[in-house]
Design a protein around this ligand. Sequence first.
Ligand code: DQA
Length: 147
Amino acid sequence: MRILVLHGPNLNLLGSREPGLYGRDTLTEIDAELQQQAERLGAELVCFQSNHEGALVDRIQQAAGEVDGVLINAGALTHTSIAIRDALLGVKLPFVELHLSNVHAREEFRHRSYLADKAVGVICGFGPISYYLALEGMVAHLRSSEL
Ligand code: DQA
């Protein structure tokens, strides 16, 4: 089982970016911990971060036939990007939307997601643990659809 983890704009700044909201863990640390959790669950991970919408669309298109599912923290693009929504629908890969912060407890413009209604599930508000919960959810989802 292979899973693609996508991190959108500004997530490369984790560790120093608004630590009160996003915590002190760097993206490298989160990816490393996620790799370990994936091994424990018997899954293989591929991680990718970009600040560019088009690069994320390209990576999603490339993932068709390469992975079984996607975990995506699209950052601010969650609230604006029809292109990322269309790419995920275009490759027909199941995906989990996740956020470190509880976007529903923040500004109103963060309440809208262009991805959520098409996601297998949405997780937010648990800091880096959101990634680990999303991984567990996706693995369970893929296992149940194998049956
Ligand atoms: C975020 C929430 C988004 O609203 C914000 O633009 C981000 C990070 C999160 O993980 O909490 O960049 O996706």
